[in-house]
Design a protein around this ligand. Structure first.
Ligand code: PTJ
Length: 265
C-alpha cells in the first residue's frame, strides 16, 4: 500500500524514497530483500548525517577518474539501483562511455526484463545481462550474481557496483577488475574489498558522480590518473567511520540524545 507523503513531514524525503522502493517492489523491480537492505542503508545514512561527506566526495572523484580512464567500464544495476537512480545510471553511462548491465542477486527473467524496460524508459539504448545474454559465469560465486554478459562485466576492466553483496566484489577483484562500490555501510565486505568505496546514499552519490565525471572529463586523462594515484581507499573508509564516531560522541557529550527522530544531528 502506498501513501501520499505530507510535504511538511520532517522526514519527507526519506519517506518519499521508501515509497519509491515500495512502488517498484510492487512492479516487480525491487526484490523483497531489497526493502530490508534499504533499511540497513538508512541506519548508516542517519549516522553519517544524511549528506555527502568529504570522504564520500573524495571517493566520488576517484570513481569518476577510474571510469573515465577505463577501457571497458560497466555499470552493474540491481533492483534498488534501478528504482532509485535509473536516470543517473543512463547519464553516467553516457558521460563515461560505460555499458549498463543488469545483475541480480535474486534473479528472475521477469525482474531482468522489468529493470531493462525501466532503464530504457530512462533513456538507455542498450542494456546487457538480460536472459540468455548473461551466458558467462564468474568463477567462485555460487549465487545467481555469477551470471554475467560476455560483452559487459566478464570483459570489463572497471565495474561500478551500487548496493552490492560482498561475494561478487571479492570475485571481481580476484579477476583483476577495478571495482567501485557505493555502500552506506563502511564496514561491509563490499566496502572493504572494493578498490574505491563511495560511502553515500545512491540517491545522492549517483547524480554527484555524473556531475564530477562531466567536470573531470574536461580536465583530461593525466589529471584523472593523478587523482587515482593519490586515492587510498583504506584511509578514506577510516575517515567515514571516524565521522560516525565523532558525531555519536558529540551528542553523548552534549546530552542531545532526546528528539533524534525529528532532528537528525
Ligand atoms: O536486486 P537484487 O536481486 O540484486 O538484490 C539486491 C539486494 C540489495 C537485496 C542484495 O544485493 C543484498 O542483499 O544486498 P545486501 O547484502 O543487503 O547489501 C546491501 C548494502 O547496500 C548494505 O550494506 C546497505 O547498507 C547498502 N545500502 C542499502 N541502501 C542503500 C545502500 N547503500 C547506498 N545507498 C542506498 N540507498
Amino acid at each position: 500500500m502506498n501513501i501520499k507523503v505530507p510535504q511538511d513531514h520532517p522526514r519527507a524525503e526519506s519517506l518519499r524514497i521508501r515509497e519509491r522502493l515500495i512502488e517498484n517492489y510492487i512492479k516487480g523491480i525491487v526484490a523483497q530483500a531489497g526493502l530490508i537492505a534499504h533499511g540497513r542503508g538508512e541506519a548508516f545514512d542517519y549516522l553519517l548525517g544524511e549528506k555527502t561527506t568529504k570522504p564520500a566526495l573524495k571517493a566520488i572523484k576517484a570513481a569518476a577518474a577510474a571510469l573515465l580512464t577505463a577501457k571497458k567500464p560497466v555499470i552493474s544495476v540491481n533492483g534498488n539501483t534501478a528504482a532509485l537512480t535509473a536516470e543517473d545510471v543512463v547519464k553516467l553511462a553516457e558521460v563515461t562511455n560505460a555499458k549498463i548491465e543488469v545483475n541480480l542477486f535474486y534473479r528472475s527473467v521477469e525482474r531482468e526484463i522489468a529493470i531493462k524496460k525501466l532503464l530504457e524508459n530512462a533513456g538507455a539504448s542498450e542494456v546487457l545481462g538480460v536472459g540468455d545474454a548473461a551466458s558467462a559465469r564468474i568463477p567462485e560465486i555460487s549465487s545467481e550474481r555469477r551470471r554475467v554478459d560476455p560483452r559487459g562485466i566478464l570483459t570489463a576492466d572497471v565495474v561500478l557496483v551500487p548496493l552490492e553483496d560482498g561475494d561478487r566484489t571479492e570475485a571481481l577483484v580476484k579477476m583483476g577488475k577495478r571495482v567501485i562500490a557505493i555502500d552506506l555501510n563502511p564496514l561491509s565486505r563490499t566496502a572493504q574489498k572494493a578498490l574505491i568505496t563511495i560511502v553515500d546514499n545512491v540517491v545522492r552519490a549517483m547524480p554527484k558522480l555524473v556531475e564530477v565525471a562531466e567536470e573531470m572529463k574536461m580536465g583530461g586523462v593525466d589529471k584523472c590518473r593523478e587523482v587515482l594515484t593519490k586515492f587510498d581507499n583504506e584511509r578514506n573508509l577510516a575517515e567515514s567511520i571516524k565521522i560516525i564516531l565523532q558525531r555519536l560522541s558529540k551528542i553523548v557529550e552534549k546530552g542531545e540524545i532526546i528528539n533524534l527522530g525529528e532532528k537528525p544531528f
